[in-house]
Write a protein that binds this ligand. Structure first.
Ligand SMILES: [Zn+2]
Length: 393
């Protein structure tokens, strides 16, 4: 579509790692308004209120001439597949983003300087829950698709936007997509999670589960008779640290995320439950890290004469996309983007199981998300929109 040079003043990037993407003041405002509309919908997960965003997006697609398919996940949660037909139908390009945001706890809310669900623009940033993770990214893809839908020139490849629920929890949304027949037709996948507009062609994986430690109960006055499961848990937590520095490079790491034990003030606790979480570097794998944990637990069992059981609840394998993959080369041809490894896990860890090849690049910085005063640079929104639109060209 034709864009006027006279009005293209708002966003120009000259620093290293940036690209000379330009967006007119009018389009910039429309993009910010769309991101703000999405932030106003508190699609918190848990409990999983994505339906608010889902309804908004369905209406947006109807208004903007985009095809939308609702893919039910549970009785009240769904994914959306938004489609923009391209000049050629085979070899489509996929984008993905999630509708849910992490909840704002009452503690966190007290640290916000503004209402998290009443977005504001401050110091060249859009502030609000989900501004970076990832209503901003959703808005950038949608806005790019809607501009093509209004234009007489279609994108070169058909574009499918996989909009998921439940990314912030068990990823039931992307898992449900694995069963969808469209997955057989997709290969290139752009994940629009916040990377500060660096290109992540590798991502950490994650595995987690519950560890049950079984000691021996006794009267609280007879510690020598019982085996205190909390004491054993303390040893295990200390040993996790040893496990972490044992790796080279030392960046896959285990950590405890919750602990439950104790029934009564005068009883030596015989059961302790720990939730253990491991973030896994692309050079490792879920099974490798679980095997290392189990070797450490065997040693604890041998020394302390206790029983431990670790039940794996999820495995999200780390991944790397080749530096010469066409999607990576195409993105680098559109600007000078630094490369980093994504430190979290995303729907890409799941969607890869369908044979998709992902990269992650999107507006916002991980250090600003899942916390008070979450925000995204307006400059990032402009750059993400321009990049996504160029990729659709
Ligand atoms: Zn996210």
């Amino acid at each position: 579509m034709k864009e006027s040079n006279e009005t293209e003043t708002a966003i120009e990037h000259k620093k290293a790692g940036s690209s000379p993407f330009i967006l007119s003041a009018e389009r910039r405002e429309k993009l910010i308004n769309l991101a703000s509309d999405l932030i106003r919908l508190p699609s918190e997960n848990p409990p999983g209120r994505e339906v608010l965003v889902e309804q908004y997006l369905i209406q947006y697609c109807e208004k903007n001439n985009l095809h939308v398919e609702r893919v039910p996940v549970t009785s009240n949660r769904a994914n959306l597949i938004i489609t923009l037909p391209g000049a050629k139908e085979n070899d489509p390009l996929a984008f993905t983003g999630h509708m849910d945001v992490v909840p704002v706890s009452s503690d966190e809310r007290s640290r916000w300087e503004t209402d998290p669900y009443d977005p504001v623009v401050q110091d060249d940033r859009l502030v609000g829950r989900g501004a970076a993770d990832m209503k901003g990214g959703l808005a950038c893809v949608l806005f790019a698709m809607s501009e093509y839908a209004r234009s007489s020139i279609p994108p070169s490849r058909t574009v499918h936007f996989l909009v998921t629920c439940d990314e912030e929890d068990a990823m039931h949304g992307s898992r449900a997509l694995l069963e969808h027949p469209l997955m057989n037709k997709l290969s290139d996948l752009v994940v629009c999670e916040p990377t500060g507009m660096t290109l992540c062609r590798s991502s950490r994986g994650r595995t987690f589960g519950e560890l049950v430690i079984r000691g021996k109960t006794a009267h609280g006055s007879r510690p020598g008779v019982g085996v205190n499961a909390i004491d054993i848990a303390a040893d295990i937590i200390r040993s996790l640290r040893t496990l972490n520095v044992d790796v080279s490079p030392p960046t896959s790491y285990w950590q405890p995320l919750s602990i439950h034990a104790g029934v009564e003030p005068d009883i030596i606790p015989d059961v302790c439950r720990l939730r253990l979480d491991c973030r896994i570097m692309p050079t490792s794998s879920c099974d490798h890290e679980i095997a290392r944990l189990k070797r450490m637990l065997d040693e604890i069992e041998r020394v302390h004469h206790v029983k431990t059981e670790f039940s794996v609840e999820d495995k999200r394998e780390p991944w790397t996309t080749a530096s010469n993959h066409r999607l990576v080369l195409r993105i680098h041809s559109l600007g000078a983007f630094y490369e980093t490894t994504f430190s979290g896990s995303t729907d890409a860890n799941v969607l890869r199981e369908a044979g998709l090849t992902p990269v992650i690049i999107g507006p916002g910085d991980l250090s600003d998300v899942h916390r008070e005063n979450e925000s995204v640079l307006l400059e990032d929104l402009g750059r993400a929109f321009s990049l996504y639109k160029s990729l659709m060209r």
